[in-house]
Design a protein around this ligand. Structure first.
Ligand SMILES: [Zn+2]
Length: 613
């Protein structure tokens, strides 16, 4: 039954489609490739084969099918990967709910959050206060369709001191109060020790993971005259980190935005849920938001799967301005091209979009390079007709210029500053030299943007001989007739398990001539099923074979064989030299003569292999 499901899912989903939802694939011959998401690299060595429905990284050696891929990239156990892919494939796994293997703790948390989401949606639609909240959303410009797409909801009002509407509902559905707490939806009361609902009388914004599963919530206070005085309540609250929700890794809206980000090759980063929602409603679907935190290296690592270009639409003048600035610097140091949408009207993106979406397009088109943005800000803030103003401006801009990695860029902006301040270049340079690059801030690097939990992966080290052998095997897999060129002497020197695979291939070809490549591939599949030890190597060689097909395989094969035989010859010669030395020592004249002849024969130029055997 389990296997049936796996088979069904594999039939319905294409690996290219699955992998593409996480990273940018480019076509290369019959395969697709990308920079590996599992280890840091600049040149792509991660390949996806549509024909074999598998992936393989030649850098870190990770390989497998759609299930392995989703497990690895999402950091999940198999049952969870199965759930995600089943959902994607539209296959119902309900019948296996009783299976204890699938009833992992995490899965119950997913269920709780999904039920809570439905509960909040229903409250928004069907209760009186909920309808008022819905009305408010519409006033802000959201359409019914948008409310449904983002699954907005409403958390009920506390009734007669009952702060447990949601908790009680979930308990009635068979979940423990502790689980509701663990899902982030309830807080344990200090006094009574009984958990109560975290969200009460709030507009609810579910937060989704990349596969549109609810993993958390944000709640916005809903101000209405019928509600008790809510002035002292935080405008937005988010759930705390849970096993499913980690705010340093969650990007709001990414599940809806990922394809658009890849297509447009830039992402618009905002600060608010409604900014994201309104952007999507108006076709700016490459918009996402961080929720309740500044941008982290984890966020950047995730964004990097889709694009290298970030447009920020942050409010730079708010109290959070410094945090925002650090976020931008972090992104720059991670190798992103960062531009800033300035929003001179001092409005939220959501407000601009509600009034005039074209205005927002204009803001995007005129987004400023980060340095230009700093210049604009500094010059707007101070009066350059006074010495004090000039000093302040230089004090803001010179450290920024110092941070630029390129000397040419530094020089460019120093000249610009000199010109705009109307002071001497010497004076600016003197001040510039005084600035010491700040430690810590400049110590971030693109290489550092890796998820720390994954241990550094050492690429497998293979000898040149092993690589040649595997290449020869790969080239024989494309055209099994090449196996005839590999003779018994060659086989003797080939490393295991490559030798056994060669031997098995040769054996089968001798018994019954292989008619087609498909037939041979079927044989290989069979072979790797029978010998699990061979599987990794066979998979790898089949992959290599597909890549090699693009060049001149015949020439490659002959070169490969030639080099292998040369290596073997060197080994034989080294062995002979040892034996010669030994027989000299022992004074065995006859043996010495025999060995010397062999040695000379082998070292004669252009001697063919057959002659000396
Ligand atoms: Zn890799």
């Amino acid at each position: 039954m389990f296997q049936d499901n796996v088979k069904q899912i594999k039939e319905r989903l294409d690996i290219v489609e699955v992998v593409s939802s996480y990273l940018k694939l480019e076509k290369t011959g019959i395969n697709m490739r990308a920079c590996c998401p599992f280890h840091h690299e600049n040149k792509p060595s991660f390949f996806v084969s549509p024909a074999r429905q598998s992936f393989k990284c030649f850098g870190c050696n990770k390989s497998g099918d759609i299930f392995t891929f989703v497990q690895e990239i999402e950091g999940l156990e198999f049952p969870e990967a199965l759930r995600i892919l089943a959902k994607k494939a539209g296959i119902d796994l309900q019948q296996y709910k009783a299976n204890p293997e699938l009833q992992t703790k995490k899965q119950r948390l997913y269920e709780i959050l999904e039920i809570a989401c439905l509960f909040f949606e229903k409250q928004l639609e069907q209760t009186k206060v909920g309808n008022l909240a819905l009305e408010y959303l519409k006033q802000r410009g959201l359409t019914d369709l948008t409310v449904k797409k983002f699954r907005l909801g409403f958390s009920p009002l506390p009734k007669e001191n009952n702060w447990r509407a949601l908790s009680d509902f979930l308990v009635s559905r068979g979940y423990q109060r502790e689980e509701v707490v663990e899902a982030g939806l309830a807080i344990v009361s200090e006094k009574t020790k009984i958990p109560y609902d975290r969200f009460r009388a709030r507009l609810m914004f579910p937060v989704f993971d990349l596969n549109s599963q609810v993993v958390g919530f944000g709640g916005r206070v809903f101000e209405h005259s019928t509600l008790p005085n809510r002035e002292e309540i935080a405008k937005y609250i988010n759930i705390q980190n849970t096993p499913l929700y980690d705010k340093s890794r969650i990007l709001y809206g990414l599940n809806f935005a990922k394809m658009a980000i890849r297509q447009k090759d830039f992402v618009i980063l905002t600060e608010g849920y409604t900014d994201v929602i309104m952007s999507h409603q108006h076709g700016f679907e490459n918009t996402i938001a961080v929720s309740g935190t500044a941008l982290t290296p984890y966020h950047l690592q995730i964004i990097k799967r889709y694009t290298n270009n970030i447009l920020t639409a942050f409010d730079m003048d708010k109290a959070g301005g410094m945090a925002t600035k650090r976020s931008i610097e972090l992104a720059q140091q991670a190798g992103f091209e960062v531009k800033v949408i300035t929003m001179q009207q001092e409005k939220d993106p959501a407000d601009i979009l509600k009034e005039n979406p074209k205005e927002w397009q204009k803001e995007i088109d005129t987004a400023k390079d980060i340095m230009d943005f700093y210049f604009l800000g500094a010059f707007n803030k101070f009066d350059i007709s006074e010495a004090k103003g000039k000093k302040e401006i230089a004090g803001i801009l010179l450290p920024e210029i110092k941070k630029l990695p390129s000397k040419i860029a530094q020089s460019h902006f120093l000249q610009k500053l000199t010109y705009l301040l109307k002071v001497s270049e010497e004076a600016v340079m003197e001040e510039f030299k005084k600035i010491i690059p700040q430690k810590g801030e400049s110590s971030f690097s693109a290489n550092q943007i890796v998820v720390p939990e994954t241990k550094p992966i050492k690429p497998a080290v293979k000898s040149r001989k092993q690589m040649l052998e595997e290449k020869a095997l790969a080239l024989s897999i494309i055209a099994p007739e090449r196996l005839e060129y590999i003779d018994e002497d060659d086989l003797l020197f080939i490393t295991q398990p490559t030798r056994s695979i060669f031997q098995a291939c040769k054996d089968v070809c001798e018994k019954t001539p292989i008619k087609s490549k498909e037939e041979f591939n079927a044989f290989l599949d069979e072979l790797s099923k029978k010998n699990p030890d061979f599987k990794g190597l066979i998979d790898e060689c089949v992959f290599k074979a597909e890549l090699l097909e693009e060049d001149d395989p015949e020439f490659e094969f002959q070169t490969c064989l030639y080099e292998l035989r040369n290596l073997n010859k060197k080994t034989i010669l080294a062995q002979l030299a040892k034996e010669i030395a030994l027989s000299e020592q022992q004074g065995d004249e006859k043996k010495l003569e025999e060995l010397s002849q062999k040695f000379q024969l082998l070292t004669r130029p252009n001697v063919s292999k057959k002659e000396n055997s």
